[in-house]
Design a protein around this ligand. Structure first.
Ligand SMILES: Nc1ncnc2c1ncn2[C@@H]1O[C@H](COP(=O)(O)OP(=O)(O)OP(=O)(O)O)[C@@H](O)[C@H]1O
Ligand SMILES: [Mg+2]
Length: 250
């Protein structure tokens, strides 16, 4: 069942990032980034290798401290809230590189997603597992298979499924298409769009610019730690500068 989107672009702000500076030791990686995500949106962050995409995601999920700036989530300042409490609040990241536990089965990997945010009752847990298996029928087939023996695409499905088990209000996805074959990438993008269409707001980091922008409400372009461009996904797709730099056109 596909529910309508809860909010159209321009709806209530879920995430508001104001001028964040983040560094590694004395090296500044983000030089004051501002962006926002409204409830219901699918927003993509694009940028070349080393632009600061993962750094941004890790700062949002609380794995990297801010040097300065502010992160607001649902109207509260979470700039200094520790990572596990951000998960409880509904800010959930599927990490770059998937992080599937190789010795655990698919089901056990999914269970790790709700470890930090346990379900109140078995029925809710069962419904959440069922939703993941409906989105990823392949995972149902492989429920008892060890994570380490899954294909790259299947591991990505586990990583997204595990994040969904924490019931995100905002799902952060860092390069879900990395290293996957074109057919599998298509499938992952379709599922991300479906997750968004059924009510989960998504902030997506991608290098697959064309596919990501085509499905996004809005996008931001990140260059060496700063936002250089932003706008509706379709407008960025038609922007000659974006085409030349990220779409292999011109
Ligand atoms: N642990 C670290 N220590 C020091 N510098 C780091 C660390 N992690 C990242 N950096 C630096 O911060 C900058 C941004 O890196 P980041 O990983 O955020 O880029 P990215 O946009 O995610 O790139 P990619 O597309 O390759 O994943 C880079 O210059 C990188 O070398
Ligand atoms: Mg990265």
């Amino acid at each position: 069942m596909t529910a309508p989107k809860r909010a159209e672009p321009g709806g209530e702000l879920l995430l508001e990032v104001a001028d964040i500076v983040v560094g590694y030791g004395r090296i500044e990686a983000l030089h004051g980034i501002s962006l926002h995500v409204a409830e219901g949106e699918l927003v993509t962050l694009l940028g070349a290798n080393g632009a600061g995409k993962t750094t941004t995601m890790r700062a949002l999920s609380g794995l990297l401290p801010l040097t300065s700036g502010r992160i607001m989530f649902e109207g509260s300042d979470i700039s200094r809230v520790p990572a596990h409490r951000r998960v409880l609040a509904g800010l959930v990241q599927a990490p770059e590189g998937r992080g599937v536990f190789p010795g655990m089965t698919v089901r056990e990997n999914l269970d790790m997603g709700c470890y930090a945010r346990p379900f109140r009752n078995k029925a809710d847990y069962a419904a959440a597992v069922e939703r993941v298996f409906e989105l990823f029928p392949r995972l149902r087939e492989r429920e008892k298979q060890a994570g380490g023996t899954l294909s790259g695409g299947e591991q990505q499905m586990v990583a997204i499924g595990r994040a969904l088990m924490a019931r995100p209000r905002l799902l952060l996805l860092d390069e879900p298409s990395m290293g996957l074959a074109p057919m599998v990438i298509q499938q992952i993008f379709r599922i991300i769009a479906e997750i968004n269409a059924t009510g989960t707001t998504v902030l997506l980091v991608e290098q697959n610019a064309r596919q990501a922008l085509a499905r996004s409400d809005r996008g931001y372009i990140l260059e060496t730690g700063a936002v250089t461009e932003s706008g509706p996904g379709r407008e960025l797709l038609d922007d000659p500068a974006v085409q030349a730099a990220y779409l292999g056109v011109g």
